[in-house]
Write a protein that binds this ligand. Sequence first.
Ligand code: ZN
Length: 320
Amino acid sequence: MSKIKGLIKRQISNQYIVMDLDTKTEYNSLASGKLRYVRVDEKSSFNVPYGRGTKREQKTMQISPKVGDIVDLELIEDQAMIENIRPRKNDLIRPDVANVDQVLLVFSATRPEFSFNLLDKFLVILNEQNLDIILLVSKIDLVDEQDLETLKTKLNYYEEKTNLEIYYVNSKQRVGFDILEHIFKDKITVLAGQTGVGKSTLLNALIPELSIKTQEISEALGRGKHTTRHSELYDFKGGYICDTPGFSRVEINIFEKEDLKLYYKDFVELSYDCKFSSCNHINEPGCAVKEALENGEIPRERYDNYLLFFEEILKKKDRF
Ligand code: ZN
């Protein structure tokens, strides 16, 4: 019997592909029945510590391993068993991945047209989950030089005021790839973005052997066509890229409208000069955000999107 520290790279029903972090050997593993149990608050479904009194009903639940988990593996004869899941740095539900380091947000320069509303929405959602974000603008070959410059100028604001790292690529000709590759090192990167922005083209251009490899895995497991129903980690430049069907439906899940402003790094920076510390930057007097808006220091569109999301949260709350 030997013990191994591994990373779950793929899950197919009750089987996990776990990679030995030292030797890089991959094991087809099962989850042990004695994985640790946690108490779950039935009503809110949040984990609560042992012993804390609450009127809500509690039940004990088993934690299931998931892609991205660091686990302790035991080899019992020929079968690899996951005996323990190491504490997670973060735990996403959609996509279903643990220990994500960063999200590569893919937006096309055109087809579909670049949407600042969607960008602002993604930034709120990802900031709320405390994830590092990198923006990748794809299909730059499909817009003329001047339109690309206009887009770049608009995005400059995000680079300067929200510390967003931005890359511009053309996946088909691999333009912009050389300066992109370093971002993946030692990290689990999840791709996100709406359908049609070229996530698959990008992934296949970054990892050309991917389409062949997934086919082989599918065949080895007696499956026909490869489907991205499950999340999966691919080795890339010293890190891992997660191919996932998640982030397809983007919805702001913030419940309190007052919390929205916390996920606008540029607003937070200005808010120290607001007259009221509780300022929501809507119509309060002495608001530094509104002042910056009037002075043209914040793009009108970004502020308008903020108002839209604020209204969205208000409406959602009314339904409860
Ligand atoms: Zn304000």
